[in-house]
Structure formats: structure tokens, C-alpha cells
Design a protein. Structure first.
Length: 204
């Protein structure tokens, strides 16, 4: 078993293959008909169990990474940045919450992200999110949520490392948080205590 990473790849695979290295399942010929890829051939090695399992692992890894990316960008990042309505220039979405530095900021941030992760969980399994039983694999949703929590941890840490709350983020992947009100502690006030508060907020 390998350690988790933040690029959305499945944590239980060996990591030797990536979604980019995996070929597209189908391609069209000149007649518009779908044909199998050239790498899929009737050969002795495809009759080997290890070869088949390796191919299935690559497909499962690709599917898992797509699930993580979809949940992250559709359920979580909208709470970080949203273009203002009626404006051609993207601006930070104004989150209604306590003023920066307010003692209630941490509580507001935790409640905000709890709602965001509940929305993400509802996208994975609406039945389980509603408190009902379901026949799906709960471990899959757990692994996806762990990936998203790790990403949020990095995003919050990078946002807090800014010199001021008005500083504009430059990396939409690792530093996507635009509105500082979604942070449990103000940006630019990094200390041992604030770092512990950040970790407690993310774990909560």
C-alpha cells in the first residue's frame, strides 16, 4: 500500500501508471466506427491473470481520480471562489460571515466546510448522506473524502501563509481560496497556536 497524494490518484494502487499514461478506451476510424485500440490484441499475455489485473487497476485508478476531481471542483471550490454575477471580471464571492479576526470566524468556517462536505458526500451517495442504508461501497466515499480533506488542508495552509488577506492567490490548484472569510484563522497570522487551530478545524 502506498501513501496518499493530492493529485486525486487512487491511494491503494502502486502509482506506476497515471491517468495521462492510460490510453483512451476507444478511437474512431475513417468510417466513424469504433475500433479497439491497437494495444489490445489477442495475445498470450492477455490471458495471464496478472496482465488483466494490472489493466483493471489502471482503469480503477483513472475512475477514482475522476471522482475526486469532480467532487473537488463541483462541491468544494465554489465555496472558495465564484465570479460575481453581472461582471465580466472574475471576483471573489462575498461570503456572509463574521468580520476578519472575529472570534466567531473559526466557528463560521467549520460550519461552512461541514455543509460543503455534506454536499460532496451527497454527490457520492445521496442515500447514505440522508441517513439511509445503501448497497454501495462506503469505503470508496471515505477515500474520496480523505483526498478532498487533504486538498483543503493544503489550500487553507497556503492561504494563511499569505502576507495579508487582500493578497491575490496565484495558483488555482494548490492555492484556490479567494475569500479569506472561509478560513478558520486570518491570513498572515501564522503561529504555532494558529497552526494547531487550523489542523483542529480541518479535522473537525
Amino acid at each position: 500500500m502506498t501513501t496518499k497524494n493530492l493529485n486525486g490518484s487512487a491511494p491503494w494502487f502502486d502509482g506506476k501508471s497515471t491517468p495521462r499514461s492510460m490510453p483512451v478506451p476507444w478511437k474512431n476510424n475513417s468510417n466513424g466506427k469504433q475500433t479497439e485500440l491497437a494495444f489490445i490484441q489477442i495475445a498470450d499475455n492477455w490471458q495471464e491473470t496478472s496482465t488483466l489485473l494490472a489493466a483493471l487497476e489502471r482503469i480503477e485508478s483513472w475512475i477514482f481520480s475522476r471522482i475526486v476531481e469532480t467532487v473537488w471542483w463541483q462541491a468544494l471550490t465554489p465555496h472558495m471562489q465564484t465570479p460575481a454575477e453581472g461582471s465580466s471580471t472574475p471576483k471573489a464571492r462575498k461570503v456572509l460571515g463574521p468580520s476578519l479576526g472575529d472570534q466567531q470566524q473559526g466557528t463560521f468556517s467549520v460550519n461552512l466546510w461541514k455543509a460543503a462536505f455534506h454536499d460532496a458526500y451527497s454527490r457520492l451517495c445521496p442515500l447514505r448522506a440522508g441517513g439511509h442504508e445503501c448497497g454501495c461501497l462506503p469505503v470508496l466515499a471515505k477515500l474520496v473524502m480523505e483526498q478532498c480533506v487533504a486538498r483543503l488542508d493544503v489550500a487553507m495552509f497556503n492561504a494563511i501563509l499569505r502576507e495579508s488577506a487582500s493578497e491575490i492567490p496565484t495558483d488555482p490548484i494548490s492555492d484556490p481560496i479567494v475569500d479569506p472569510k472561509v478560513l478558520p484563522i486570518p491570513a498572515g497570522e501564522l503561529s504555532f497556536g494558529s497552526g494547531a487551530q487550523l489542523k483542529n478545524s480541518v479535522c473537525t
